[in-house]
Every structure is written in structure tokens, then in C-alpha cells.
Design a protein. Structure first.
Length: 192
């Protein structure tokens, strides 16, 4: 994943990156609009109440909390938002507690769309997508799992090879038709 710069916004200072002066060139006045284009609501309606951070299950694990990310979005600090949203679990708890009906979860999803289009694709996304187009599932099949399944009297996960081939072909067709393979750089894995 490309190096992402961080800037002190608020929160626990020592857990965040060093202070940085924000210059005008760091601000993207079109950023809120771009977020809307990719499915997010208007971040300018955020009240900065912090409810989203309070209920977020991963807020203790990330440098920028949900509220901080939304604040960066309000400022147009696009380059500072391009790292932490990948850990969002899209659980939508923030949405349930947002008095502004902003739905931070969908802002996170919009930020992912934007990041991918800017060439920021975390390795785990590529790995999961590669597994999907190769095996029809995001996790690589594990022979140990099949062994346990057989011991339990179940068929191995991919017992029906013909069906698996058809499923993989369908997935590859969709991935290729939508240009998702090109977008995240897994074209060589698609064998149509
Ligand atoms: S809960 Fe909503 S209004 Fe409050 S800080 Fe989060 S996004 Fe903003
Ligand atoms: S949807 Fe994402 S940002 Fe919102 S509470 Fe869940 S993990 Fe946190």
C-alpha cells in the first residue's frame, strides 16, 4: 500500500503522527463532492459530536477515529484519509448513532472507492480478489479443512469440480466486464 501521510487532527496526540503544518495545497475543495459521487452523503453536515467514534468497534485500533476521518473530509484533506478506512468493518453502528444521518460507514466505503482509483490498494484486497477469481472464494482453500469435513461425513468444499469451474468462470467474467481486474491489478489472474 502506498505510504499515507498523517497529520494531527485531534484525539490522543501521542498515538498520532507528528504535527504537520497544513498548507493550502493540502486542501482539496472538491473532496466532499467527490465523496458524494462515490456514494457517501454530505460530510459537511457532520456536527463533530463524536458518537460515531464512541460506538465504533475498531476505533481503538486506528490512528484516525471515525470522527477525525470525517473532519479530514470536511477540510478537504484528501491525502490524510487514504489509509485507515480499510479497517472499517462496515458494521453501521456509527450510522445508528449519528444525529446528522450522515452514515459514516458509507463515507468509508466511498473513500475506499476513491483510494483504489488513486492506485492505493492494500495487499490484502489483492490477495482476497486473487483467491476469488482463482478458487471462487476469498480465502484460499485449505486441505486441512477438507480433511475435517470428510471426518465429519461431509463432502470436501470443492467436491463438484464441474460446478466450481462454472462458478469461477462466472466470477471472472464479471470481474473482467466491470474492469475490476484492471482497477486492482489482477488481470493476469483472469483466464477467460
Ligand atoms: S456521529 Fe455523525 S454527526 Fe457525530 S461526529 Fe460522527 S458523523 Fe459527525
Ligand atoms: S461502520 Fe466502520 S466506522 Fe462505522 S462503527 Fe462500524 S467499523 Fe466503525
Amino acid at each position: 500500500m502506498a505510504e499515507v501521510e498523517k497529520v494531527f487532527i485531534s484525539g490522543l496526540h501521542e498515538e498520532l503522527a507528528e504535527d504537520r503544518v497544513i498548507n493550502e495545497k493540502d486542501l482539496d475543495p472538491e473532496f466532499a463532492k467527490e465523496i458524494r459521487k462515490y456514494g457517501g452523503k454530505n460530510v459537511m453536515t457532520c456536527l463533530q459530536c463524536g458518537n460515531c467514534t464512541g460506538v465504533c468497534p475498531i476505533s481503538l485500533k486506528i490512528d484516525y477515529k471515525t470522527r477525525n476521518i470525517i473532519k479530514c473530509c470536511q477540510f478537504g484533506l484528501k491525502k490524510y484519509t487514504l489509509g485507515t478506512r480499510w479497517v472499517c468493518a462496515t458494521c453501521y453502528r456509527c450510522y445508528e448513532h449519528c444525529p446528522a444521518d450522515l452514515n459514516p460507514a458509507e463515507v468509508m466505503i466511498a473513500l475506499r472507492h476513491i483510494a483504489v482509483r488513486e492506485g492505493i490498494v492494500p495487499p490484502f484486497v489483492k490477495i482476497a480478489a486473487t483467491n476469488l477469481v482463482k478458487y471462487g472464494q476469498s480465502v484460499k482453500p485449505d486441505p486441512e479443512i477438507d480433511k475435517i469435513r470428510v471426518e465429519l461425513g461431509l463432502k470436501p468444499v470443492h467436491a463438484d469440480q464441474e460446478r466450481l469451474t462454472a462458478v469461477v468462470r462466472e466470477i471472472q467474467t464479471l470481474v473482467h466486464a466491470t474492469k475490476y481486474d484492471k482497477l486492482i491489478g489482477i488481470q493476469e489472474e483472469v483466464k477467460l
